[in-house]
Design a protein around this ligand. Structure first.
Ligand code: GAL
Length: 661
C-alpha cells in the first residue's frame, strides 16, 4: 500500500517540513544539510511555490536548480515530497492569461502579487497546471530522493468568472437533465426566478438579497467536483510517469469547504495542514478534532500531518507563540490519531516576503534558539517511534459529517444566524474528547454498524437514503443522538413537510418536530432536569419516545426538549436545544455509558488524552498526553518509547508512548 511505501522508504515516521531553498544561498544550504541531520529531518516538501523558477517563461522549463537540491537532499539522507507549484502562478502567467485570475462574488477580478491567484475553470490555467505536473513527473518520476508527490497546495481559491459559469452549466445539465428539473429543484417558481435557457444561469454572485439556496448548494457541489477534477488532472499526469504515492494537502477548518470524503478516495495518502486557533488545552482539542477528521477522510488508513506551525497559534488577528513543549505535544496528538509523522511549514523562517512572520523550524534567531532546540528534541522523539508506522486507530463512537449538510446550512435566510455547522461538530467532538473517548467522523450514508454511539450534531440536510440508513443503524442496536434542526431539508434543499426530521428518522426517534423557535441572543431556557440551554428551541411531540427533559417556561412549557426512543434493538435520542456545556457533557457521559463504550485506556483522570494505535500483527501502543499541571499515575507501568524507560506516572504536562502489547 502506498503509505506503507512512504514509511518504508523513510525507514520510520516522517519528520520535516516545507523547504523553500530558493530564498537562500549556497552557504545556507550547506548549513541546512547539517541542521536537518541534527533535527532528524527525513522528509522535505520542495517546490510548493517555485513555479516562477521552474518555468521562467511560458513553456520553457528550468529544472537544473531543482536537480541540484534534490541530489543534495538525497545525499544528506532526506527524502523529498515534491510539489507541483500550481497554487502560485508567476506574474507572467497572470499577465498572459488575465482570464485565469479569480473573480470574486462581487465581480471584482483579483490581480497577481500574492499567491492562489488562479481560476480552476480557466482552460489556460488547467492546461498550464497539467503541463508542469507532467514535466515534473517526467523528470523526477523515479528520482531516488522522491518519496511522495504533493499536488498543488490547499485547493481553496473560489472563482465566479464566466469560465466558471460555463462549467457550472455543464455540470447542471448532467445533474438535472432538463431545465424543468432544475427549476423544480431550485424552487424557481418563487421570486420569479424561472430559467428558460441554460445560458441564463449564473454562479451565485453578489445579489440584491438572499441567493437561491438550491443554486448555492448545487454550486458548492459543482465547485467541489471541479476542484477534485483539477486535482485528478495533475494526479493522472503524475501517475502515468511515476509510481510514488500522490497527495494534496487538505486544510480542514472551515477554510476549505470541499467534499473531503471524495478527496480521501482520490488521493493515495490523505495529508492535512493544521494550525490551532487558541492556545493551551484548546489547541490540543482542536488538533485532535482535525486529526480525527483526517483519519476518517482516509477511511481509517494512516495519513500524514503535512503542515503545522512550530510556534504559530492564530488567535483573532494575532500570531501567538506556542508554549514550551507544545511542538512535541501537538506533533504527538496527530501521531496518536494515526498520522505517520509530523511536518511543519516551513524549514527556515523567511527573511522577506509575505510570510516572514510565520514561524518555522529555524527561526530568524537561527539554530541557537528555543524553537530549534524543541524542533530537534521533537525530531529525536519522532525517530524513536518508527515501530508505529502503519498502525491504525479504532473508535467506537462517530460524529456524522456531511458536506451536503454543511453547504446547505450556509444558506442565507435560515431561522438563526447562530446555526453553525462546523461549530456544532467541533462542540460534539470536544465533549467526547473531554470524556476521553476516541472519535471517528462518519458519513450518514456509510455502514455505521461498527459504532456503538453515533452523534449527529447538525444534519440539517438529510436525504431519504441516509435517513433510512440512520434508522437501520438504530434498529440494529445502535445508539444515535440527533441534535436540533436536523433532517429538515432533503438533498434538493426542499423543506420536509408534515413535521421534521425526515420521516424514516422521525420513526427511529419517535418524535415529530412541529415548529422551530430560535431563542433571542441573550435568552436562556431551563429544562425540567435543571439543565440550561441557549440559542434554539423546538416545539415537538413524542410519537413513542420518552421525554427525558421538558421546557419549563413560556409557550413551550411542559413540551419535550430531550427524548429517547427504543427502536428495534437500539435507541434514538433527540435533543431539540443547545445545552450549556456542563449539561451537554453530562448528556454525552450518559450516552457513552448507555452505549457501553469506554476510553482506550480506562482509569485516567480528565485532562489526560490517551489513544491506542494498533498494528495488524496485534502489537499496540498507548499514546498519552497529560494536559494537567501535575504528575498522573498510570493505571499500569509501561515501557515508554520516548524515554526508553519504564514509566509509572506521566510527568506534569508530559507525554509518553507506551508499548501496550
Ligand atoms: C498554510 C499554507 C502554507 C503557509 C501556512 C501558514 O495554509 O499551506 O503555505 O501559508 O498556511 O500558516
Amino acid at each position: 500500500m502506498d503509505l506503507q511505501r512512504l514509511t518504508d522508504r523513510l525507514g520510520g515516521l516522517a519528520y520535516g517540513g516545507d523547504y523553500n531553498p530558493e530564498q537562500w544561498d549556497a552557504q545556507v544550504w550547506k548549513e541546512d544539510d547539517e541542521l536537518m541531520r541534527r533535527a532528524r529531518v527525513n522528509l522535505a516538501t520542495v517546490g510548493v511555490f517555485s513555479w516562477a523558477l521552474m518555468e521562467p517563461e511560458e513553456g520553457r522549463y528550468d529544472f537544473e536548480w531543482l536537480d541540484a537540491h534534490l541530489d543534495r537532499l538525497h545525499a544528506a539522507g532526506v527524502a523529498v515530497d515534491l510539489a507541483t507549484p500550481t497554487a502560485s502562478p508567476p506574474p507572467w502567467f497572470s499577465l498572459a492569461h488575465p482570464d485565469a485570475l479569480p473573480v470574486r462574488p462581487d465581480g471584482a477580478r483579483l490581480t497577481h502579487g500574492s499567491r492562489d491567484t488562479y481560476c480552476l475553470t480557466a482552460p489556460a490555467y488547467r492546461r498550464a497546471a497539467r503541463r508542469i505536473a507532467a514535466a515534473l513527473a517526467e523528470r523526477y518520476g523515479d528520482h531516488p530522493a522522491l518519496a511522495l508527490w504533493h499536488v498543488h497546495n490547499e485547493y481553496v481559491t473560489l472563482c465566479l468568472c464566466d469560465h466558471t459559469a460555463a462549467a457550472f452549466r455543464v455540470w447542471l445539465r448532467a445533474r438535472h437533465g432538463s431545465l424543468d428539473a432544475l427549476n423544480d429543484a431550485w424552487g424557481t417558481a418563487f421570486w420569479s426566478q424561472r430559467y428558460t435557457a441554460w445560458e441564463q444561469i449564473l454562479p451565485p454572485r453578489a445579489t440584491q438579497w438572499h441567493r437561491n439556496p438550491g443554486q448555492a448548494l448545487d454550486f458548492s457541489r459543482f465547485w467541489s467536483d471541479e476542484t477534485l477534477a483539477a486535482f485528478r488532472d495533475q494526479r493522472d499526469e503524475i501517475r502515468a510517469r511515476s509510481d510514488r504515492p500522490v497527495t494534496t494537502n487538505l486544510m480542514l477548518p472551515g477554510y476549505q469547504n470541499l467534499d473531503l470524503w471524495a478527496f480521501g478516495r482520490e488521493v493515495d495518502l490523505v495529508s492535512v495542514d493544521h494550525y490551532p486557533t487558541a492556545p493551551g488545552v484548546d489547541a490540543a482539542a482542536h488538533a485532535a478534532f482535525d486529526a480525527d477528521r483526517a483519519r476518517s477522510f482516509a477511511g481509517g488508513a494512516p495519513w500524514l500531518l503535512m503542515e503545522s506551525g512550530t510556534n504559530t497559534v492564530y488567535e483573532r488577528g494575532r500570531i501567538l507563540a506556542k508554549e514550551p513543549g507544545d511542538i512535541l505535544r501537538h506533533s504527538l496528538t496527530h501521531i496518536a490519531r494515526g498520522s505517520e509523522g509530523a511536518l511543519f511549514f516551513q524549514w527556515r523562517q523567511s527573511r522577506a516576503g509575505a510570510e516572514q512572520w510565520h514561524s518555522a523550524m529555524i527561526p530568524h534567531a537561527g539554530p541557537d534558539s528555543r524553537t530549534f532546540r524543541e524542533v530537534t528534541a521533537t525530531g529525536e522523539a519522532v525517530a524513536r517511534l518508527g515501530e508505529l508506522a502503519g498502525s491504525t486507530v479504532r473508535a467506537e463512537v462517530a460524529v456524522l459529517h456531511d458536506s451536503d449538510a454543511w453547504w446547505a446550512m450556509a444558506a442565507e435566510g435560515l431561522p438563526s444566524s447562530e446555526l453553525d455547522y462546523a461549530g456544532a461538530l467541533r462542540r460534539a467532538h470536544r465533549a467526547l474528547w473531554d470524556a476521553g473517548v476516541t472519535v471517528d467522523f462518519a458519513h450518514p450514508g456509510q455502514d455505521l454498524s461498527r459504532y456503538r454511539l453515533v452523534v449527529a450534531p447538525a444534519l440539517f440536510l438529510l436525504s431519504d437514503v441516509n435517513a433510512h440508513n440512520l434508522g437501520r443503524y438504530v434498529a440494529d442496536g445502535g445508539t444515535l443522538l440527533v441534535q436540533h434542526f436536523s433532517g429538515v431539508v432533503d438533498e434538493r434543499h426542499h423543506a420536509r413537510l408534515g413535521g421534521y426530521p425526515a420521516a424514516p428518522l422521525r420513526e427511529a426517534l419517535g418524535i415529530r418536530v412541529e415548529e422551530c423557535r430560535p431563542l433571542r441572543q441573550d435568552e436562556r431556557v431551563t429544562l425540567s432536569d435543571g439543565s440550561t440551554a441557549t440559542s434554539w428551541s423546538e416545539s415537538l411531540r413524542t410519537e413513542g419516545a420518552e421525554a427525558l427533559a421538558a421546557y419549563t417556561h413560556g409557550m413551550l412549557a411542559d413540551s419535550p426538549a430531550l427524548t429517547r426512543h427504543g427502536f428495534g434493538a437500539g435507541h434514538g435520542w433527540y435533543l431539540s436545544t443547545r445545552l450549556d456545556d456542563a449539561a451537554y457533557a453530562a448528556l454525552v457521559e450518559r450516552l457513552l455509558t448507555e452505549a457501553g463504550t469506554a476510553p482506550d485506556l480506562p482509569g485516567l483522570p480528565p485532562g489526560v488524552e490517551a489513544v491506542t494505535r494498533h498494528a495488524p500483527d496485534g502489537r499496540a501502543w498507548h499514546l498519552l498526553l497529560n494536559h494537567r499541571p501535575e504528575a498522573v499515575p498510570l493505571p499500569q507501568p509501561g515501557h515508554d518509547l520516548l524515554t526508553g524507560t519504564t514509566l509509572g506516572e506521566l510527568p506534569p504536562d508530559g507525554c509518553a508512548v507506551l508499548r501496550a502489547r
